[in-house]
Design a protein around this ligand. Sequence first.
Ligand SMILES: [Zn+2]
Length: 226
Amino acid sequence: MNDTKQPNKFTRFLRNNAALLLLIFCVLAIAAVVLAVTLTRDNTPVIPDDPVTSNPNENDNKPNDNDNKPTTQKVDIHFVKPLEYTGFGMEFTFGPSNLFAFNSTLKEWRVHQGVDLLAADGAEVVAMYDGTVIETGESLLKGSYVVVDHGDNVIATYGSLTDLTVSKGDTVKQGDLLGLAGASAGKEYKEGAHLHLEVALNDENVDPMPYVNGEIYRTIEVAVEQ
Ligand SMILES: [Zn+2]
C-alpha cells in the first residue's frame, strides 16, 4: 500500500504545485532566453567595431603617406630631332681636321657652321626643345631662319625654311612647328629642300648632331601628380 501511496503523494505534490513548477520553469526559460540574447549581443558588437576602428586608421595613413611622398621627381628631357630628314648635305665643320665642307651651290670648300638635313620639300621643322624665339629673318646663307634660345646658353638657328609659323618673342614648346623645310638658303639651294641647323653653345657653334640624335638632355624637376 505504501508503494502505491507514495507515487500518489508525488502526483498530488505535482498537481498541487503545478502552478509553482510552471512558474519556475517559465522563469528558467526566460532567464535562458535573456542569457542567450545577452551573449549574442555581446558578440555581435565586435564585428561592427572592426570597420569602425579600421577606417580612422586608413584615414590616418593616407595623409601620412602623402606627407612622405616626394612632391617633385627628376625627369630627363631629351632634345628631339627637328624634322624627318632623309640624308645629309653639308656637314658641320670644326677644327683643323674638318675645316671645310664642299658647297655644291658655290662649288667651293667653305666653313659650314651647322649641318644640312635633307628632307622632302615642305617637311615640318619643329623645335628640338622648349625655348623662346629671339630672332627671325632672311639671309643668303641661311634663307628664312628662326633663332630659338633653348636655355642653358644653347641657341639654335633653324634655316633654309619657308612658311615660318613663329615670330620674335614667341615661346615655343618642344615639338612646336617653326616652319617648313625648303631651299630658301640661296647659297645652298642646290641641295634642295633641307634644314640648315646651327647650334651655338656658349656663343660657339658646335656639332648639332648630338642634339638632333637626342643624346643631349636636361634633368628637370617636375611636380608629381598626387
Ligand atoms: Zn647649311
